[in-house]
Design a protein around this ligand. Structure first.
Ligand code: PLP
Length: 500
């Protein structure tokens, strides 16, 4: 694997030095300046419709093996660079969706190639350990260098995992173990508890719950799915748990214009949260934890104010429930701060913060008291992957040295201002532009129009993603600059003008 990557990098270097790598330039925007990343393409370049003939052929081939209904097109990852994703038909597209918000530095960042090329790192890439029993010598040092360097305030413990869902799933388990131990006091689990847990009965399996919010998304595994309420397609036919679901504030945008109405809406939701906690306690289903996204993403880029989160955190504390902030999608810098919850300005914002996507490894930070009290209570074979920590260290290094969080604030401002402008000029098509950093969204007038806009953008060389019923979400990499925002806005403007 390593040698093929080395040879690819060499091929690329040779192509460049021989002048064979000719960026295909399409002059779309007068305001778009040349890319600062000189290895990047200068703009989208479209050769076929998307999906093109080669993509369609591959879909047919894969469809024999598995369901391919969700596939948009097949990609050529070798040729993709920076903000540009190349497909198997040779189309070069500006990617503002980045593998569902999971590429921190764009495609094939040279610094990450170097990490792969370093002979000292090779064994970490080749030998994936069962971390919970046989960790490598450098694991503590590597975690300190990577994850602990960006640990949320007050959370000095971290457990790595493989993906977002298994991070949340294990975070919930930690919350339940902590909650049960609080109730037990100093005593050990009884024989009855040990026996009944084996047959899924109380008291060994206590009837606790996690309170979640309508429109929230926390993953697709069983426990996570009980707290996911964004779209029915994720949940249909899967048995689930009777856990409390509170309304998430439905705010009006722009937030500054509707402060009074929005505050009332948030107060209504907070009241409902407290009512549900009391109601479920009466039912014997104590709320052990509350889980929430700082910005509901899959559910439609729904925002709430810092004041809402502060009060919610207080409610959790008052009722002895752990407060978990799911930063799987919002974490890693795209809001202009490393963690979206930093925008709340709190010293003690959470008991648990889960992450994945742009962090390259899954996992969760947590308070000391949520550390499991014995072996194998929180455990799986891999429990993460040290090679991802290596890559993450380099990603964090680049974020720092290239001041990418400042860049995100600049390009995010350009993007959001552009979206505000477009919704003023095309109010019958788009509205409710919103966002923090580059973590932005806009609503189309209905679902069909949203899908049309995404398709038209793709045909003009821009990859976008949808969320909620009728929203478009913008999830560029951290190397998305102001000129990429202008490039996109010009293309989007043309699309909206054509639809007029
Ligand atoms: C907020 C949030 N939590 C959890 C998940 C689940 O992550 P994964 O798809 O890696 O299981 C996602 C995925 O989109 C997410 O956005």
């Amino acid at each position: 694997m390593a040698s093929s990557l080395l040879s690819h990098q060499m091929r690329y270097t040779v192509q460049r030095s021989l002048g064979l790598f000719v960026p295909r330039y399409r002059c779309v925007s007068k305001t778009a300046t040349k890319s600062s990343l000189d290895f990047e393409y200068n703009g989208p370049s479209m050769k076929t419709e998307v999906p093109g003939p080669r993509s369609r052929q591959l879909m047919k081939q894969l469809n024999v093996i598995q369901n391919t209904d969700a596939i948009h097109f097949f990609c050529n990852y070798e040729d993709s660079r920076g903000n540009y994703l190349v497909d198997v038909d040779g189309n070069i597209m500006l990617d503002i969706y980045t593998q569902i918000a999971s590429i921190p530095l764009g495609y094939n960042h040279p610094a990450l190639f170097k990490v792969m090329q370093n002979p000292q790192n090779l064994s970490t890439f080749i030998n994936r350990p069962a971390l919970g029993i046989l960790p490598p010598e450098h694991l503590p040092e590597e975690i300190e260098r990577s994850l602990l360097s960006i640990a949320p305030r007050n959370l000095r413990k971290v457990q790595t995992m493989a993906c977002g869902s298994c991070s949340n799933e294990n975070a919930y388990k930690s919350i339940f173990i902590w909650y049960r131990n609080k109730e037990r006091g100093n005593s050990k689990p009884s024989k009855k508890e040990l026996d009944t847990c084996m047959i899924n009965q109380e008291p060994g399996c206590p009837v606790y719950s996690i309170l979640s919010f309508m429109g929230g998304f926390h993953g697709r595994t069983f426990g996570c799915l009980a707290t996911t309420h964004s779209k029915s397609i994720h949940k249909l036919d899967i048995p689930s748990l009777d856990w409390p679901i509170a309304p998430f504030p439905k705010l009006k945008y722009p937030l500054e214009e509707y402060t009074r109405e929005n505050a009332q809406e948030e107060a209504r939701c907070l009241e409902e949260v407290e009512d549900l906690i009391v109601k479920y306690r009466k039912k014997g289903k104590n709320v052990a934890g509350i889980v929430i996204e700082p910005i509901q993403s899959e559910g439609g880029d729904n925002h709430a104010s810092a004041d809402f989160f502060k009060k919610l955190r207080e409610i959790a504390r008052k009722h002895g429930a752990a407060f978990q902030v799911d930063e799987v999608q919002t974490g890693g810098g795209s809001t202009g701060k490393f963690w979206a919850h930093e925008h709340w300005g709190m010293d003690d914002a959470a008991d648990v913060v889960s992450f994945s996507k742009k962090m390259l490894t899954g996992g969760y930070f947590h308070k000391d008291e949520l550390t499991p009290d014995g072996p194998y209570r929180i455990f799986n074979t891999w429990m993460g992957d040290p090679s991802k920590n290596l890559l993450l260290s380099e990603v964090l290094n680049i974020i720092k040295t290239e001041k990418l969080l400042d860049e995100v604030q600049k390009s995010g401002k350009a993007l959001l201002n552009g979206l505000y402008d477009l919704q003023l000029r095309f109010p019958h098509i788009v509205s409710a532009a919103r966002g923090v950093g580059t973590f932005c969204a806009i609503d189309a007038k209905n679902e069909q129009m949203r899908n049309t806009l995404i398709e038209k953008a793709r045909s003009k060389g821009v990859v976008l993603g949808g969320c909620g019923e009728r929203s478009i979400r913008f999830r560029p990499a951290l190397v998305f600059k102001e000129h990429h925002a202008h490039l996109f806005l010009n293309i989007f403007n043309d699309i909206l003008a054509e639809l007029k």
